[in-house]
Design a protein around this ligand. Structure first.
Ligand SMILES: C[S@@+](CC[C@H](N)C(=O)[O-])C[C@H]1O[C@@H](n2cnc3c(N)ncnc32)[C@H](O)[C@@H]1O
Ligand code: SF4
Ligand code: SF4
Length: 300
């Protein structure tokens, strides 16, 4: 990370912690909810299947920049399905960088060829070893691995949503992150149980076991892009919610934290590690601050 970016984030962090501010810094633009997959754990695909036009996405990016967002994510649906004429997700990333966003990340299912060197991180969903991943995401594992091998840059970070189907393959995803060319790290979430996927929720004991394995992987120097110090809060769902420093914009509607904020009771069962990490960070938890500095400086 550039020193100037680091200093801007440090200034934001200090202002938020010392003055108790609630300004946002991290924003996500949903470019479409259209998707080529229908994963077992996902409740947000193909609800409208509209691909939002460039003019709208650009306006939404400007809106986020104006309210102070400097870390931008593009998400979906499937981001690599986004098109407007000849323009692709790569044009959106370049536009975001030109606008002044300091970190620009893209979340993808990895089933399309990957040519996105301008992104800081490509969060690529891998949900287990071949069998478990395919059980969650259909027969896509081999295509994804082929796309990763042929990617034009090494800015890929695996993104695993751990649930009842794949909870026993955390280790395999860690080793794949360590051993696969073009992959820099792995980042985890626990399943967030929307009403239609409650059966995939993890118990507290499941979460304890997963965190134990992830900690062991960290000890083995597997590159894990999460904070060990947040695990107890994640296991107990005792972190503050929602995250006021994060916003999502979808089709002109801004939500604090996530689209899921409208689902009654869901925040109490939130499985998104970033929510725990950011809310604890901005409450000034010293172990989280130290862990965040170490982790972010290593992988971005
Ligand atoms: C909604 S997808 C959109 C981007 C892209 N289609 C993909 O699969 O990466 C973004 C991420 O959310 C994860 N996800 C979906 N539903 C979830 C849930 N209920 N709890 C936790 N993570 C979830 C997916 O596994 C994926 O990593
Ligand atoms: S690929 Fe992503 S958006 Fe599509 S169904 Fe799977 S998790 Fe949902
Ligand atoms: S805290 Fe609530 S709004 Fe935020 S990601 Fe979790 S469930 Fe969604």
């Amino acid at each position: 990370m550039k020193l100037s970016n680091f200093l801007e984030f440090a200034r934001f962090g200090l202002k938020t912690i010392l003055l108790g501010k609630k300004d946002p810094i991290l924003g996500t633009v949903i470019v479409t909810d259209k998707c080529n997959l229908k994963c077992r754990h996902c409740s947000v695909n193909n609800i409208t299947a509209v691909v939002h036009p460039y003019s709208q996405i650009k306006k939404e990016m400007e809106q986020l920049y104006k309210i102070g967002i400097r870390i931008l994510f593009f998400c979906g649906g499937e981001t690599f399905l986004w098109r407007d004429g000849d323009m692709t997700i790569r044009d959106l990333v370049c536009e975001a960088k030109k606008m002044g966003f300091l970190i620009v990340n893209v979340v993808t299912n990895g089933t399309f060829p990957i040519d996105l060197p301008e992104a800081d991180l490509i969060l690529l969903s891998l949900d287990g070893d071949r069998d478990r991943h395919n059980a969650v995401r259909g027969d896509t594992y081999d295509t994804i691995m082929e796309n990763i091998r042929n990617a034009t840059s090494d800015n890929i970070c695996f993104y695993m949503a751990i649930n009842q189907i794949n909870k026993d393959s955390v280790r395999e995803v860690c080793y794949a992150a360590r051993d696969t060319k073009n992959v820099r790290a792995v980042s985890f979430n626990f399943h967030t149980p929307y009403p239609d996927t409650r059966q995939l929720a993890l118990s507290k004991e499941d979460k304890i076991e997963c965190c134990r394995v992830i900690e062991q992987m960290m000890k083995e120097k597997v590159p894990v892009f999460n904070l060990k110090s947040a695990f107890p809060y994640i296991i107990n769902n005792s972190f503050p919610t929602p995250c006021h420093q994060c916003v999502v914009i979808e089709n002109g509607k801004i939500s604090v934290c996530g689209r899921c904020i409208d689902v009654p009771g869901l925040c109490e069962e939130c499985g998104y590690f970033f929510v725990a990490e950011y809310t604890l960070l901005f409450r000034g938890n010293p172990r989280i601050i130290f862990g965040m500095l170490r982790t972010y400086l290593k992988y971005i």
